[in-house]
Design a protein around this ligand. Structure first.
Ligand SMILES: [Zn+2]
Length: 219
């Protein structure tokens, strides 16, 4: 998981968010129960320009686990503040609340919310201040006892077995290639790997592994 810069608000939201929000709130009041409100009111954020901008913003990866989207799984519009909680009904179409995630993280998080120590926002928080990837174990760890980091790992189940396994594989591959190189070529290998970091699965794993190996070079 890493910090990203939010792109500009897509046109469809700029033009319609206020009206859609009012229509949704009216409908919730009319039927008296959010779960009975039709998707034609709740799901209007699913616009092509919204999805395109989110995919671009996150380089078509899940904002939490960095899994690649659009190959085996569709990307999902993720509401950081859950849209099905009454206090956040009015954030359903607010651009600053929208992110891009895989189905698993999206489902894991569901409507979990911790108001005291909220989940980290990749567009607002410096992720590295709260959680850090341990490439040896493949798990995310909390930095300086961050309670928000703890919420983030818990709500998304960021240390689920399959992910930990996948991260360890990526790290293993890089380490293996690194040690196969002649010593004189290792620095260059790390530089080239880092330059192409977005081409790999789980770029954060690649970055952390390269940083670790770079320290070895300096020893
Ligand atoms: Zn994910």
């Amino acid at each position: 998981m890493k910090s990203v810069k939010r792109l500009d608000e897509p046109q469809s939201l700029k033009q319609n968010a206020a009206v859609w929000t009012q229509e949704l709130l009216n409908e919730i009041a009319r039927v008296g129960n959010y779960s009975k409100v039709s998707d034609s009111f709740k799901g209007k954020y699913n616009q092509p320009d919204v999805k395109n901008e989110l995919a671009k913003m996150y380089n078509n990866r899940c904002c939490y686990c960095e899994g690649a989207l659009g190959e085996q799984t569709y990307g999902r519009v993720e509401h950081l503040k859950p849209k099905s909680l009454p206090q956040f009904y009015d954030l359903t179409f607010v651009w600053e609340n929208l992110h891009w995630s895989c189905e698993i993280c999206n489902t894991n998080k569901g409507k979990k919310w911790n108001s005291k120590f909220p989940i980290l926002d990749p567009t607002k928080d410096n992720i590295d201040d709260h959680i850090r990837l341990n490439v040896e174990s493949g798990e995310y760890e909390i930095v300086n006892g961050s309670r928000r980091g703890e919420t983030t790992i818990e709500h998304t189940q960021m240390n689920r077995c399959k992910l930990v396994e996948a991260r360890r594989k990526v790290a293993f591959r890089i380490k293996k290639d690194f040690f196969r190189k002649d010593e004189k070529d290792r620095k260059k290998y790390l530089e080239e790997t880092l330059a192409d970091v977005e081409e790999f699965r789980y770029p954060c794993v690649v970055m952390e592994t390269c940083n670790l190996l770079e320290q070895l070079l300096e020893c």
